[in-house]
Write a new protein. Structure first.
Length: 225
């Protein structure tokens, strides 16, 4: 498996990074104004194992929102050295950081310092028990959006893989009945409107919680070495 990675995926990775690095460097800087280096981080796409069957790509939505949080903080340098592996690690159990061996990370010979893996484990809209009777029908008055997100952050400096954060975060959000179906039709919403919808706000709250935790642990690890 690892030989195949070296022969095919890693060369592709080098080609990919050489093409995109110029674009990325125009929008972010690897050092602070005082000359100190920012932590170099690889944020891989969110693994969506929730089976939520939403009509849009939850992985893409959450991944872009998380990257935006990191960009806006201006405290980190996001690398693209692992991007070519994105499609592979979704489907290959040996590349799954929550299931398989981690030796493939060392085989990347990357200048990245920290690698962040995030998995959306649960994303369920559950009718609440309270109902309103309407003639012979019972109408659900509201829903609960249950979300579970698993995070794993690796410090890979000096070619040593060390876990600095590993946790599962659970949160539940109240979703009014009249917004529950609207929130699942994201394609009909513009970005601003969706972000202000109950489901959009729930996603933003979860993203804020996990990104704050990730950033704090990375900055602490960077400061201690």
């Amino acid at each position: 498996m690892y030989k195949l990675l070296k022969l095919f995926i890693i060369p592709l990775l080098l080609i990919s990074t050489s093409c995109t690095r110029r674009i990325q460097d125009e929008t972010q800087f690897s050092h602070h104004d005082d000359g100190s280096a920012k932590p170099k981080i690889a944020l891989l796409p969110v693994i969506d194992s929730s089976n939520s069957q939403m009509p849009w790509d939850l992985s893409n939505e959450l991944t872009q929102s998380i990257k935006t949080k990191f960009f806006k903080s201006n405290r980190f340098y996001l690398t693209d050295e692992f991007d070519a592996l994105a499609s592979a690690y979704f489907s290959d159990p040996e590349l799954n950081p929550f299931l398989g061996d981690l030796e493939w990370i060392n085989e990347m010979h990357s200048t990245t310092e920290f690698v962040v893996f995030i998995e959306l484990v649960d994303h369920k809209l559950i009718p609440k028990s309270a109902v309103r009777k309407f003639f012979n029908f019972q109408l659900t008055q509201s829903y609960t959006l249950d979300m579970s997100v698993r995070v794993k952050v690796f410090d890979i400096r000096d070619r040593k893989i060390r876990i600095i954060l590993q946790e599962m975060t659970h949160k539940s959000f109240h979703i009014p009945w009249k917004f529950s179906s609207m929130g699942t039709q994201k394609s009909t919403w513009n970005k601003t409107a969706f972000n202000l919808s109950p489901i959009g706000l729930a996603h933003n709250q979860m993203i804020k919680k996990i990104t704050t935790q990730i950033q704090d642990y990375i900055l602490l690890a960077k400061m201690n070495k």
